[in-house]
Write a protein that binds this ligand. Structure first.
Ligand code: PLP
Length: 440
């Protein structure tokens, strides 16, 4: 994130609330912290999730006494490590309906996405050079595709509708006789919308095209099954499911069809030759344990998160006008709420809730805050995109935290709007679209 205090986007609203040497906290913190709530509150679980204590406990011995190299075939240290890795492979496979042999360990989903897309592009080059993806993918997919374009591949970036979903008809039309791969994410990391994965997979299989999905945000949160969803290759990551950072996996289908992936990292031939490098045994054990917990608890947890999310949404909607949810509410991760607060300057809003960790609709590039390309793809203007917040609820959030966050957001939005001439004009019934603004 850019340094907020030096950001060029600070505007009159922020200056106004900070006048006379006040700090944001002295001006704005008028919502009391209820008992049982510890500040700051973490509500950014799509960015990363805290590690589950059960996961940490499972990992710890593999940093100390069980430190063997899983590739050491000659002694018990190696066998012990290998056994732990194989158990993790099974735990991950069970969560997504795969078999253990179809799981390849990586350093995370960025690497998994790179390996899947580049590995398939290279392996199937003779069959065709066309790849289809969509505009709201994570950069790990978009930038991988952009690189392949430099090497002569043709990439179609499907648009999304206002609800964030792609149109199956658009996909059908885009597939041609040179298409080798379709890569569409299962759940979006900003707006939480769930793409129609099963239908996409079915279409790809009918057309004989491979289907990869970046399922980082979906795995462990909603049911994902590579068989019934017709998925050929799937990326997942440890740190989004209460596991460790720096470890992930790629599911690569072995039958109907048997998918072939060209390695992108060469070396000792680990992971069936697809990904060389000494395995991160503690990380893999943690990823496996995280998947085991998700498999056992996902249904209850989804109901819990949905209730928290809906509570937050109704509290905000009961008190504030001119707010809206971005992306489909129907096809959505249970723990995601992405809302725009119109007539509020985004940065002032975030500063006003600086004891709550959430993400904004602004992405930092080197020097400036850019509006989120995901929100823009839904048709939002720059200002509304900037005034949007992603609430990412997770396993360890509580009702009391939701109530505090709702009260805090309501308080700051009302205060900022009191300072907003635009909001005042709208309340007076003036149609802003009809105003001719004068430059000065
Ligand atoms: N894909 C999606 C949808 C994500 O949300 C993320 C994480 O931000 C990634 C890929 C990258 O995952 P990792 O951090 O494991 O490299």
């Amino acid at each position: 994130m850019a340094d907020r205090d030096s950001s060029p986007r600070r505007d009159a609203q922020t200056e106004a609330v900070m006048k006379d040497g006040d700090t944001m906290s002295t001006v704005l913190s008028q919502v009391e912290t209820p008992a049982g709530v510890t500040l700051p509150i973490y509500m950014d679980n799509h960015a990363t999730s805290p590690i589950d204590p059960r996961v940490l406990e499972a990992m710890l011995p593999y940093f100390t006494s069980k430190f063997g190299n899983a590739a050491s075939r000659n002694h018990s240290f190696g066998w012990e490590a290998e056994q732990a890795v194989e158990t993790a492979r099974e735990q991950i496979a069970r969560l997504i309906g795969a078999t253990a042999k179809e799981i390849i360990f990586t350093s995370g989903a960025t690497e998994s996405n790179n390996l899947a897309i580049k590995g398939i592009a290279e392996m199937y080059r003779e069959r065709g050079n066309h790849i289809i993806t969509q505009v709201t993918e994570h950069k790990a997919v978009l930038d991988t595709c952009k690189r392949l374009e430099k090497y002569g591949y043709r990439v179609t970036y499907l648009p999304v509708k206002a609800d964030g979903l792609i149109g199956i008809e658009d996909l059908k039309r885009a597939i041609d006789d040179k298409t080798i791969l379709v890569s569409i994410m299962s759940a979006n990391n900003e707006i939480g919308v769930l793409q129609p994965i099963r239908e996409i997979g079915k279409l790809c299989h009918e057309k004989g095209v491979l289907f990869h999905t970046d399922a980082v945000q979906a795995v462990g949160k909603v049911p994902v099954n590579v068989l019934t969803d017709n998925i050929d290759v799937l990326s997942l990551s440890g740190h989004k499911i209460y596991g460790p950072k720096g470890v992930g996996a790629l599911y690569v289908r072995r039958r109907n069809p048997r998918v072939q992936i060209a390695a992108q990292i060469d070396g000792g031939g680990h992971e069936r030759g697809m990904r060389s490098g000494t395995l991160n045994v503690p990380g893999i054990v943690g990823l496996g344990k995280a998947c085991e917990i998700a498999y056992a608890e996902m249904d209850d947890e989804a109901a819990y998160l949905r209730a928290l999310r809906d509570r937050l949404k109704s509290k905000l909607e009961a008190e504030l006008d001119y707010i809206h949810v971005n992306g489909s509410m129907e096809h959505r991760l249970p723990g995601n709420l992405n809302m725009s607060f119109v007539y509020v300057e985004g940065e002032s809003l975030l500063m006003g809730i600086n004891d709550v960790a959430v993400s904004s609709g602004s992405a930092c590039t080197s020097a400036t805050l850019e509006p989120s390309y995901v929100l823009k793809a839904l048709g939002l203007g720059d200002d509304v995109a900037h005034s949007s917040i992603r609430f990412g609820l997770g396993r360890f959030n509580t009702e009391a935290e939701v109530d505090y966050v709702a009260a805090k957001v309501i308080d700051i939005v009302k205060k900022l709007r009191e300072l907003s001439p635009l909001y005042e004009m709208v309340k007076e019934g003036i149609d802003l679209t009809k105003i001719e603004w004068q430059a000065h």
